[in-house]
Design a protein around this ligand. Structure first.
Ligand SMILES: [Zn+2]
Length: 218
């Protein structure tokens, strides 16, 4: 495995880096000015720069188990990264991106699976309200559909948690910041965006595609 990674480093240096050396020089001398804070799960199957075709310098990324935004009174790595992105880097967009088949959300729905995982259990307790919402609204669904519904609801809950930070809510009110909730569908590569007007997640269409301009529900 490590050998594969080391080979990958050399292949990056002779390939992508050699081709984009100017960009790296610019980033190293002028610093970063990312336009978006991208909050997503630690899951190895979700690769933010790959799924958004982004270049180095484009996305400031926070990853944790279940793409959770903790409460403002619980200082930690995620809150620090959020504050830095908003107050120092002045990102204009925050995207919370969940994903289908998320193990963290599955564990939230079935807490007995994390009985021995005290750190995971404590971290995910921050999203524990979700279980009640899911059982109340989606209790009738089959396990896979219920998990996807929970992944979507979790994204919405985390968008609410973001608004609890004064430096986020102030910028939202001033029109300086935009929040988006996405779900990456592993099996198809599609990304669904929460549309507050329709109160549902619709596929993010290609703005340049004349047939794909309209939002389509899942
Ligand atoms: Zn996950």
């Amino acid at each position: 495995m490590i050998e594969k990674l080391v080979k990958g480093i050399h292949s990056f240096q002779t390939g992508y880096f050699a081709k984009h050396q100017g960009l790296f020089e610019e980033l190293s001398t002028e610093g970063q000015r990312p336009e978006a804070l991208f909050v997503t799960c630690s899951d190895s199957r979700v690769v933010p720069s790959l799924i958004t075709n982004s270049a180095p310098g484009d996305l400031f990324i926070v990853r944790n188990i279940g793409n959770v935004i903790p409460s403002p009174d619980l200082p930690g790595g995620t809150a620090a990264a959020l504050q830095y992105a908003v107050e120092v880097l002045e990102v204009q967009n925050i995207i919370v991106c969940g994903h289908t088949q998320c193990g963290a959300i599955a564990a939230l729905l079935n807490p007995e699976n994390m009985e021995k995982l005290q750190y995971v259990r404590k971290w995910l307790a921050q999203a524990a309200d979700l279980r009640t919402v899911i059982e109340g609204r989606y209790g009738h669904l089959a396990p896979e559909a219920k998990l996807t519904a929970a992944v979507e609801e979790n994204v919405l809950v985390q968008l609410e948690h973001l608004r609890a930070y004064p430096f986020v809510s102030e910028r939202l009110e001033a029109g300086k910041l935009r929040l988006m909730g996405w779900v990456f569908e592993l099996a198809t590569g599609k990304v669904f965006n929460y549309d507050p007007h329709q109160d549902e997640f619709t596929v993010l269409a290609d703005p340049d595609d004349p047939d794909g301009g309209g939002a389509k529900p899942r």
